[in-house]
Design a protein around this ligand. Structure first.
Ligand code: SAM
Length: 242
C-alpha cells in the first residue's frame, strides 16, 4: 500500500504541491521516498489523490494524479467525550478512537481530572492531539479528519444544545443498563467517559439532567482509557460498521 499523507490545503488533480514539513520529514527520512515513488494524499474533505514524487531534496514535491472517492467513514455518527486522563493517555485515546471510527472527540476537563491544562499548555496539547489524529487517519485509511474540539469543562459542554435526535450515554460503573438493551440510536450517539476518579456526584447529576443515560460496560471497573475505547468498539458492533 502506498504511504498516505494529509495535506491541509485544497488539492486538485494536476497540481504540484509541496508536502508540509512534518510529513516531508517522515517521507524523506523515515520512509526514504525518492523521485518517482508513489504516494496517496488527502485533504480531509473526503476522497484521496494518487501522487508521484517529482522532487525529493530539501523539500518534497508531489504531482497529483487522479482523485478517488475512497470512503471508510462509519454510518454511525459517534462522538467520544473523554475526561482528560493522566499523563499522555489522551494521545492513546485519540489515536485509537480515530482508528475505531469516531466522528468527533471532545476532551473534557472534569473536576477529578488529575491533569489540568489551560492557556498555552492547553493549546500546545490541542495541536499535538490534532497531529495524533492526522497520523491515525494516514495510517488507517480515513480521508476525513474527525472533529477535535478544544478542551472544555463539563458545565460549558452541557450548556451547548444537544443535536436533534442525539442519544447520550454516560459510562457509569456499577449502574446503568447494558448497551445491548438499548434500541439502535435514530440520530447521532455521544459517549461520555469519566476520569480516573470518576465524575463527582454534582457532575453526574448535571450530565443526567442534560439527557445522558447511565450505561454499564459490565461488572469490572475499567481504566478510563479502556472504557471509552471498549464502548466505541461495542457500539460499532451493535449499530455501526463492525
Ligand atoms: N471509582 C471510579 C468510579 O466509580 O466512577 C472509577 C472510575 S473509572 C476508572 C473511569 C471511568 O471509566 C468511569 O468514570 C466510567 O465513565 C468508565 N468506566 C469504567 N468502568 C466502567 C464500567 N464497567 N461501565 C461503565 N463505565 C465504566
Amino acid at each position: 500500500m502506498a504511504p498516505r499523507f494529509f495535506c491541509p490545503e485544497s488539492l486538485a488533480s494536476g497540481q504540484v504541491i509541496t508536502l508540509p514539513p512534518q510529513a516531508a520529514h517522515h517521507a524523506l527520512r523515515v520512509l526514504r521516498l525518492d523521485t518517482g515513488d508513489e504516494l496517496v494524499l488527502f485533504d480531509g474533505s473526503g476522497g484521496e489523490w494518487a501522487g508521484r514524487v517529482v522532487e525529493a531534496g530539501r523539500e518534497l514535491r508531489v504531482e497529483l494524479g487522479g482523485w478517488r472517492d475512497a470512503e471508510c467513514e462509519s454510518g454511525l455518527q459517534l462522538t467520544l467525550v473523554q475526561a482528560l486522563p493522566a499523563a499522555d493517555k489522551m494521545d492513546w485515546v485519540v489515536q485509537k478512537a480515530v482508528e475505531l471510527g469516531v466522528s468527533a472527540i471532545v476532551p473534557l476537563q472534569a473536576k477529578r481530572s488529575v491533569v489540568r491544562l489551560a492557556g498555552e499548555r492547553a493549546e500546545k496539547r490541542q495541536r499535538h492531539w490534532h497531529q495524533v489524529a492526522v497520523s491515525a487517519c494516514e495510517q488507517c485509511g480515513r480521508n476525513r479528519l474527525p472533529a477535535l474540539s478544544g478542551l472544555i469543562d463539563l458545565p460549558h459542554y452541557l450548556a451547548q444544545p444537544a443535536g436533534d435526535g442525539e442519544t447520550r450515554f454516560l459510562l457509569s460503573p456499577h449502574q446503568g443498563l447494558r448497551l445491548a438493551s438499548f434500541a439502535p440510536p435514530e440520530g447521532a450517539l455521544t459517549l461520555m467517559v469519566g476520569p480516573e476518579g470518576g465524575f463527582d456526584p454534582e457532575e453526574e447529576r448535571a450530565a443526567r439532567s442534560a439527557g445522558f443515560q447511565p450505561v454499564s460496560l459490565g461488572p469490572r471497573v475499567l481504566r478510563t482509557e479502556t472504557a471509552g475505547l471498549a464502548a466505541i468498539a461495542a457500539v460499532m458492533a451493535l449499530w455501526g460498521d463492525f
